[in-house]
Ligand binder design. Structure first.
Ligand SMILES: [Zn+2]
Length: 403
């Protein structure tokens, strides 16, 4: 029985075992006795020690078949007739005056590290929070800054946006989480913790498009190349493509024409990589209820609306340039573009503005992919744990997660 819980203390003997149901929860209780002979008093070292009754304590054990298990531990008390000291028998099963066994705590931590809910542990939320506090000391700084960083943000419990930074390589360790994303606070954070020599060693930093980070990265990390995350570039261009498509839809008065139907129902085709479109085999296109090759449907639109065709081609060029990591193609897509009076104009203006950083996204392999993974886990955590009232607890839980 005791082996099930990996209890190897030879001084522990089973007295009884019982199973009860309390509030619909099964509770297994093992009644045990902890006792061993004591020759000399640990306080005065006289051999005047006598046994002095027992005292019961309750210890939470890890679960067995997903059921709550407890130990009713009867500890031997001792008394020294010489110095009149009393004390109890000790075991390494549990810390003195604690009721959660080491084994239970390790079980909880294993789940926390996976970003899982700890409901299964039959432990209260505050117990879990306390266990995490005991095991994890929030780090003030890392031993050294990684050479390649990712900067991003995520939404916290009360819809505030937080700043997050992680290692772009290796195990994607979280470097920093800040409670806001104000420039001043981010700058102070790195200035206060890392020397200029350490910061000079940072080689690249991935950021997303619409952030102010680029403005202070020069100052903080003088040798770092800024990379705009590839996914964000495509996302922004994709939004412009959609806007242009909707703009065009509004201009078409005749709703029964094929062009209208293609634009309205086949929006996915426009986002699809040109090279992957079906150009020979006719497929049934829902919405227009016709059999035709996907390429033909696209061509139908592009031939009739040259301005939209330019938006579409720009989107496709950006996508393929980033996929092939072709800096020249990327630059030509950005600089050869002529205005079409759609939101693509604005997007291209933004891209031109940070053309150097955009080119880096084709030049380097780094992306904000690692942070997307961490962000997904944070989202899961917030959902599976029914939200966190206490922000510190959320941060600690995030700190435990590895991407
Ligand atoms: Zn004594």
């Amino acid at each position: 029985m005791l082996q099930f819980f990996k209890i190897e203390d030879p001084n522990i003997k089973i007295l009884d075992f019982s199973t009860t149901v309390i509030d619909g929860e099964i509770r297994n209780v093992i009644k045990v006795r902890l006792s061993y002979p004591v020759e000399h008093c640990p306080y005065c070292s006289f051999s005047t020690v006598i046994k002095n009754g027992t005292r019961a304590t309750h210890i939470r054990l890890g679960e067995l078949r997903q059921e709550r298990c407890e130990m009713e531990l009867w500890k031997q008390r001792y008394y020294c007739r010489n110095c009149q000291t009393t004390w109890g028998a000790t075991t390494d099963l549990v810390e003195e005056n604690h009721s959660l066994s080491h084994q239970l705590k390790h079980g909880v931590m294993a789940m926390v590290r996976e970003g899982m809910t700890t409901k299964m542990c039959h432990c209260s939320a505050s117990s879990v929070a306390r266990i995490i506090q005991e095991f994890i000391t929030p780090k003030r700084r890392m031993a050294g800054l990684p050479k390649h960083l990712c900067f991003d943000e995520f939404r916290s419990v009360d819809h505030k946006m937080l700043f997050i930074c992680c290692d772009a390589e290796n195990d994607h360790e979280i470097v920093a989480i800040l409670t806001d994303r104000l420039t001043q606070n981010i700058v102070d954070y790195f200035l206060n913790r890392y020397s200029i020599t350490e910061r000079q060693r940072v080689e690249t930093i991935v950021i997303d498009l619409n952030t102010q980070y680029a403005s202070f990265i020069r100052q903080l990390f003088p040798n770092a190349e800024i990379i705009i995350d590839r996914f964000h570039i495509i996302q922004m261009a994709g939004r412009s493509l959609d806007n242009a498509r909707i703009q065009l839809l509004k201009q078409i008065k005749e709703r029964r024409c094929r062009e209208y139907k293609v634009l309205k129902s086949q929006w996915r085709l426009f986002h699809k990589d040109e090279d992957q479109l079906e150009s020979a085999k006719p497929v049934f296109l829902r919405g227009i209820k016709e059999l035709m090759p996907q390429q033909d449907a696209i061509d139908l639109i592009l031939r009739k609306y040259p301005d939209f065709a330019r938006v579409y081609e720009t989107y496709q060029e950006l996508q393929s340039a980033l996929k092939q990591r072709d800096v020249d193609e990327l630059n030509s897509a950005i600089f050869a573009y002529e205005n079409t009076k759609t939101t693509m104009d604005q997007t291209i203006r933004t891209l031109r503005h940070s053309a150097h950083y955009i080119a880096n996204s084709a030049k380097y392999d780094y992306s904000n992919g690692p942070l997307e993974g961490i962000n997904r886990k944070i989202k899961n955590l917030k959902r599976s744990c029914c939200g966190f009232r206490n922000f510190e607890n959320l941060l600690r839980r995030i700190d435990c997660i590895r991407a």
